[in-house]
Design a protein around this ligand. Structure first.
Ligand code: AMP
Ligand code: GLY
Length: 427
């Protein structure tokens, strides 16, 4: 298979997920050239970066042609929803990442809810609204806790889990007042699911699929799952709350029915289906689909693969996934996100970061980093670094990741102290 792998690969995106993808693709025995657009300061240490924005579809197609790229791996959802895969395929360039019709599974929560209900895949009951008055009336018969969701993309901020009726009504009013622009011109009001969350990443190619190792994200900013939701403050893998028995249920009740439903809807999906799942007392239930790898889930899942990622993604893009057997390391991975103090609200940029030399089992994955005028590494986003350790046990992975976080210097660094605590405390 290695012989037929592409000799040059473009990774699209600028975050930790893309840095992890670049590293894993560079580790392929195929030794393909790996480039990135636009990348960040850390990715630039590993691979040539080109200053084309991740949502500049025409610019990315032109770059892929100019650099003679044989394969494109798309990280974020926005270019997928804008039709980047469609445009690349029209130019004859194979791509990992769904076309716009598949990206709609993430870009419209209503589209997804309708598919979940039509195919009887477990998910919370929901009402769909395009006006404030009926939405507020629905809240009268559906008291808090209740979940309000903007239909469209909102950079991970379009969901309010309202604990009081007043909070629910305020969320509805804000959304119809245009808080998320066109993304909240339609909303979902959904029953609140209770349980532990897990993320299942599935590499999909039509009706064939490969389930990647399990992981668990920590979405809230504060220790003990307090404070506002973020893009994700840390992850670990495997998530042992997903026992082999629960994983079998997830595959039978959610993954296979989802992959088949998507194909039955006429969508030729070749990319990552990231399924957010709540493990409720009644069984696993779908919270959402994303049409891409998760961030920071990817930072713990990819280092645990013993299989060649390039081969896996290339097979998915070329409908050659049938019969594929994934090999996974027995090691545990744990990723602590270093954010800028103040994230997810306002935070400084441009603070100098100093990274000491670290043990080989610790990877510093860059998310929001850049170089300043004098070439120093500086913060350039809310989530700055992802520090991932791979070790034979979860306590060891946590100890190694936290030792590295403590050693990294940056005046505005903030990180949660309890990544992995749920699993560590369960032992
Ligand atoms: P999403 O943007 O869809 O990932 O949702 C963000 C977060 O909101 C999820 O990770 C859950 O923690 C929470 N959430 C979404 N839907 C529900 C629900 N129906 N019940 C409880 N929590 C939810
Ligand atoms: N970590 C959650 C996400 O990537 O959406």
């Amino acid at each position: 298979m290695v012989n037929s792998l592409p000799s040059s690969v473009l990774v699209v995106g600028a975050g930790g997920r893309e840095h992890a993808l670049v590293r894993a693709l560079l580790a392929s025995p195929a030794k393909s050239r790996v480039i990135c657009a636009p990348g960040n300061a850390g990715i630039a240490n590993d691979a040539p970066c080109f200053p084309v924005a991740a949502d500049d579809v025409a610019g990315l197609v032109a770059l892929a042609k100019a650099e003679n790229v044989g394969f494109v791996v798309v990280g974020p959802e926005v270019p997928l929803a804008l039709g980047l895969a469609d445009q690349l395929l029209a130019a004859g360039i194979p791509v990992y990442g769904p076309k716009a019709d598949g990206a709609r599974l993430e870009a419209s929560k209503i589209f997804t809810k309708e598919i979940l209900l039509k195919y009887r895949i477990p998910t919370a009951a929901a009402g769909i609204f395009d006006a404030e008055v009926p939405a507020l009336a629905y809240l009268k018969t559906h008291p808090a806790p209740i979940v309000i969701k903007a239909d469209g993309l909102a950079a991970g901020k379009g969901v309010t889990v309202a604990q009081t009726d007043a909070e629910a009504a305020a969320a509805v009013q804000e959304m119809f007042a245009g808080k998320f622009g066109a993304s909240s011109s339609k909303i979902l009001i959904e029953d609140c699911l209770v349980g532990e969350e897990t993320s299942i990443l599935v590499v999909v190619s039509g009706r064939d699929y490969v389930i990647l190792p399990t992981s668990q994200d920590h979405k809230r900013i504060g220790d003990g799952d307090t404070g506002p939701n973020t893009g994700g403050m840390g992850t670990y893998s495997p998530a042992e709350v997903v026992t082999p028995e629960i994983l079998r249920r997830i595959e039978n009740e959610i993954v296979r029915p989802s992959v088949n439903a998507i194909a039955d809807e006429g969508i030729d999906f070749r990319g990552t289906l990231f399924i957010g799942i709540m493990l409720t007392v009644d069984g696993p239930s779908v919270i959402e689909y994303n049409a891409r790898f998760g961030d920071p889930e990817t930072q713990v899942v990819l280092p645990r693969l013993a299989s060649d990622l390039l081969d896996l993604l290339w097979r998915a893009a070329n409908q050659k996934l049938a019969g594929y057997e994934l090999k996974v390391k027995s090691d545990y991975a744990l990723c602590v996100v270093i954010a800028a103090q103040g994230y997810p609200e306002s935070y400084p940029k441009g603070d100098v970061i100093t990274i000491p030399s670290l043990p080989d089992n610790v990877a510093v994955i860059h998310a929001g980093t850049a170089r300043n005028a004098t070439g120093e590494l500086v913060t350039n986003g809310g989530r700055v670094l992802g520090v991932t350790a791979l070790a034979p046990s979860l306590p060891q992975a946590a100890a190694d990741a936290y030792a590295a976080c403590d050693a990294i210097q940056c005046p505005s660094k903030y990180y949660r102290r309890d990544i992995g605590a749920r699993q560590l405390n369960r032992r």
